[in-house]
Design a protein around this ligand. Structure first.
Ligand code: B12
Ligand code: SF4
Length: 537
């Protein structure tokens, strides 16, 4: 559902490096591949590597902790083919940012001859490209001590050809800036990107948004962890409102903190700028939990008023809610979800399981206290319990997590919320409900799922045996049937929700967006993956 801003950022940096001529005599060709929606072009990479005077450099980008096992498998296969491999992203940067040293999984990668990068590459990407081409990179490139100024850096470009692989091809991601002034104990952002806010130059940002709008990107997920704390927010919002007055129908989702609605003019200007949805880290309704998570800026008593303030501006609210804080029990969580839905009333909620992500203070404490943490990094996706809880077993927590989704997304809650919104915000909320409900039906998290899942038989984790063709086709077929059955439940439910909430002459946007999304997603999947899924050798 969501294209990668990391890929778009590194693509923009590469194009700029080539354009600037500062790479000397090097001729550079970039191939962008997103492993979540595309197959790896193994043959092409092999062919290119055999070309005389050519060096193929594979950069595994934005690798998060839960993606390390996959990155490890890929890195090994690339290295077997003699390719130069680099890995960067939050896991490499965060792992041991607090504890120091080199984590064992990273040591293993270095032993394979992989180069690891810690920090943000914006200010040194040219140097890295040159080093990779010349074969002079050290095993570990550590730039954690210098956080690059983002002014004047190329703006992430998500090319239309890449975006067409997603369910909503007019949706892009972009970080207007980085950093967060807060310091929640479960979060890795401040360790890697720091507490000082760094924003891109508003004038460059607006020029890029205009350019990309003309190429078809009309809706953005601004990936900044806290848009409200940029000093430049007002200039950006005014600029976006100006673009809208010119007739560019540009809209967006952004992430803000619970206090953002109190910043004078912030919510009003966000609405005028085209903001349709805000994602807010509420995390818990229990003050004891909020204190345990270092989330002192969140006051549960103010949540209801804060949600109402956003809704009054016609902006949809999506609240991040974490399960598994120390004071949680299955019963308290069920009651919290009821209160969240009935008393606080956000339109959407995204549930997560508290996860000690390497790079967070929670992880450092868990290691220091000798807690038994799950050894499989694949499960560090914040949808699986990976650490012991003082009052719940892992199974209790997993059950409470699944139940939270079911309890929150009732048809009556969806209808009540949809009735509050009109026009584009209605369409955005309706489409979010379809996306989230679809993920629930599949037993997946919305941040990690799409509308149709297809697998390549040869891309299985190295620790699992490769399936035979018949066994694979049978499993894939069963999954497709499961998906179709989910749709047969989902379509009547959402049709009923839509019929009860649409307004005359309005609201078709919602249904047509869903159908468009479903068709685009299945079209993309069939075109890109299906032949490989069934006929792979
Ligand atoms: C947008 C976003 C997403 C989007 C898109 C991902 C993307 N990369 O664009 C989606 C929705 C898919 C997503 C999903 C998830 N996310 Co997310 N996401 C983010 C968010 C908010 C912004 C990402 C971003 O644009 N950053 C800006 C880019 C430019 O920074 P960057 O990725 O670090 O890249 C820079 C450097 O790392 C480095 N670099 C990166 N790659 C490489 C490669 C090489 C070779 C080199 C040299 C350098 C280099 O240079 C880049 C430019 O400076 C981050 C928080 C954050 N502040 O980054 C969380 C974050 C990355 N997500 C996180 C998590 C946990 C998840 C999920 C696992 C679960 C969840 N809670 O949602 C899922 C699962 C994803 C999956 N497929 O398995 C954690 C990861 C922590 C960790 N240790 O793994 C973060 C840090 C949030 C947090 N609070 O802790 N996410
Ligand atoms: S959880 Fe959100 S508010 Fe807290 S430090 Fe991370 S980005 Fe900032």
């Amino acid at each position: 559902m969501i294209p990668s801003n990391t890929l778009a950022t590194l693509q923009a940096l590469t194009l700029e490096a080539v354009r600037s001529g500062r790479l000397g005599g090097l001729e550079v060709e970039t191939v962008l591949v997103d492993d979540t929606v595309q197959s790896i072009p193994w043959r092409r990479l092999g062919r290119d590597a055999r070309r005389p005077e050519t060096r193929v450099v594979v950069a595994l980008c934005g690798v998060q902790t839960n993606q390390v096992p996959r990155a490890w498998d890929l890195a090994r296969r690339f290295r077997e083919r003699g390719l130069e491999v680099l890995i960067g992203g939050f896991h490499v940067s965060g792992a041991n940012a607090v504890l120091g040293g080199v984590a064992p999984e990273l040591r293993e990668l270095m032993d394979l001859g992989v180069h690891l990068f810690r920090g943000e590459a914006d200010a040194c990407w040219e140097e890295i490209l040159r080093g990779a081409a010349e074969g002079t990179l050290p095993p570990m490139i550590d730039r954690m001590d210098s956080r690059p100024d983002l002014r004047g850096r190329p703006i992430p470009v998500a090319e239309p050809a890449y975006l067409r692989r997603f369910a909503l091809p007019d949706t892009g991601t972009l970080d207007a800036g980085r950093g967060c002034p807060f310091d929640c104990s479960f979060c890795t952002v401040v360790q890697v990107q720091g507490r000082a806010m760094r924003c891109r130059a508003p004038v460059d940002l607006l020029a890029a948004l205009r350019r990309q709008y003309l190429q078809g990107t009309r809706f953005y997920f601004f990936t900044d962890d806290n848009f409200a704390r940029h000093r430049e927010w007002e200039e950006i919002f005014d600029g976006l409102a100006g673009l809208r007055r010119e007739g560019l129908d540009l809209t967006f989702v952004m992430q803000v903190d619970t206090l953002a609605a109190r910043i004078p003019r912030f919510a009003d200007k966000a609405a005028a700028a085209g903001c349709l949805q805000v994602f807010i880290g509420l995390e818990s309704l229990n003050p004891e939990n909020l204190a345990a998570g270092g989330k002192r800026q969140n006051q549960a008593a103010d949540f209801r008023e804060m949600i109402a303030a956003w809704h009054a501006r016609g902006i949809v609210t999506n609240c991040g809610y974490i399960l598994g804080f120390p004071a949680d029990t299955p019963a308290s969580l069920a009651e919290d979800v009821r209160r969240l839905r009935e008393e606080i009333g956000p339109a959407l909620a995204s549930f997560f399981i508290l996860t000690p992500l390497p790079g967070s203070r929670d992880h450092a404490r868990a290691v220091e206290d000798g807690l038994r943490l799950d050894g499989d990094l694949n499960r560090y996706d914040s949808f699986h319990p990976v650490a012991p809880h003082p009052r719940m077993s892992g199974e209790d927590l997993a059950r409470a997590y699944r139940q939270a989704w079911r309890d929150f997304y009732t048809p009556s809650h969806m209808k009540r919320c949809l009735r509050r919104f009109r026009g584009a915000a209605y369409g955005n909320l309706f489409h979010s409900y379809v996306w989230y409900r679809n993920a629930m039906e599949l037993g997946e998290h919305p941040m990690m799922s799409g509308f149709l899942r297809l697998r390549d038989r040869r891309e299985r984790r190295a620790s699992f045996p490769r399936e035979g063709r018949m066994a694979h086709a049978w499993r894939q077929g069963r999954e497709l049937v499961r998906q179709l059955r989910a749709w047969t439940r989902l379509i009547p439910e959402m049709r009923d929700v839509w019929k009860d909430t649409r307004r005359p002459g309005e609201g078709m946007g919602g249904l047509s967006a869903v159908l468009k999304a479903a068709f685009a997603a299945s079209g993309t999947a069939w075109k890109n993956l299906l032949p490989r899924t069934f006929f792979s050798v």
